[in-house]
Write a protein that binds this ligand. Structure first.
Ligand SMILES: [Zn+2]
Ligand SMILES: [Zn+2]
Length: 221
C-alpha cells in the first residue's frame, strides 16, 4: 500500500530543497487556508484559538499574508482576545497570572506540519530501497539536517547507510559551491563565471542545515 505521502514525496524530490520541509510547509499552509476560508465560524477552531491564545507567532503572521483573510482572522483572533481577557479578569499575583495566561494547547498549524513529518519518516522507513522511491530520492537535493535526523533512526542500518551516502554527496557538492561563491569575492577570481547554484549556495546551506524558513517555528509539538 502506497500512501499519498509516498507520491507527494516522489514529486517533492524533483523540486528544490528538502522534500520533507516542502510537504510540511504545504500542509501548514493548507491548514491556515482552510482555517480562514472554511472554519472561521467552526466552534472547534474557536476553542483552539482560545486555548492557544491565537496560533504560534510564525503561523499567526502567516495568516496575515493570505489574501482575503482579514475578516476571518479578525473573527478568530477576537476569540483568543476574549479568552485572554477572561483569564486575566481577576487580580492574582503576577506569577500566577503569567501561568494562567500561558497557551493551553499547541498551535494546530504546527501540529499539521509535525504530523506530515511523521508520515514522511514512516514512508522513508517503508519504501527507502523500493526502486522508484530510491531513484527519486537519489536525484533529490537531499534532506535538511533536522529532517535527516528525524528519519535516520527509523531506518535499518543498511538503509541509513544508503541515505547518508547520498547526503554526503549533497554536502560535498554544496561545499564546493560555497567555496566557489567565496572565491568570487576575491579580486583575482572575480572574472570567473559564477554558476547559479554557487551564487545561491549560502542560502541553500542555511536551508540544508536548519530547514526551510518557517518549518521549525516557535510552538512545535
Ligand atoms: Zn527539511
Ligand atoms: Zn504554528
Amino acid at each position: 500500500m502506497r500512501s499519498f505521502t509516498y507520491y507527494d514525496l516522489i514529486e517533492a524530490f524533483a523540486q528544490t530543497g528538502c522534500a520533507v520541509c516542502r510537504l510540511a510547509l504545504q500542509d501548514a499552509r493548507r491548514y491556515l487556508d482552510s482555517l480562514l476560508y472554511e472554519y472561521s465560524t467552526d466552534p472547534e477552531a474557536h476553542r483552539l484559538m482560545r486555548s492557544g491564545r491565537g496560533l504560534c507567532n510564525w503561523h499567526s503572521w502567516q495568516l496575515t499574508e493570505i489574501a482575503g483573510g482579514a475578516l476571518s482572522a479578525a473573527v478568530l483572533f477576537r476569540s483568543a482576545l476574549l479568552e485572554v481577557r477572561e483569564v486575566a479578569a481577576e487580580s492574582e499575583s503576577g506569577r500566577r497570572t503569567a501561568e494562567r495566561l500561558a497557551p493551553r494547547s499547541l498551535c494546530p498549524a504546527c501540529q499539521a506540519l509535525a504530523e506530515r513529518e511523521q508520515l514522511c519518516a514512516e514512508t522513508f522507513a517503508k519504501h527507502l530501497n523500493e526502486p522508484t522511491f530510491e531513484a527519486a530520492w537519489r536525484a533529490s537535493e537531499g534532506l535538511c539536517l533536522p529532517h535527516l535526523r528525524l528519519i535516520l533512526p527509523a531506518l535499518s542500518q543498511a538503509n541509513a547507510a544508503r541515505l547518508l551516502d547520498h547526503q554526503r554527496t549533497v554536502w560535498a557538492r554544496l561545499q564546493a559551491e560555497l567555496e566557489a561563491f567565496q572565491r568570487s569575492f576575491q579580486a583575482e577570481h572575480s572574472a570567473e563565471p559564477l554558476s547559479q547554484a554557487a551564487a545561491a549556495s549560502w542560502r541553500r546551506c542555511i536551508a540544508l542545515l536548519t530547514g526551510e524558513r518557517g518549518v521549525f517555528g516557535t510552538a512545535r509539538p
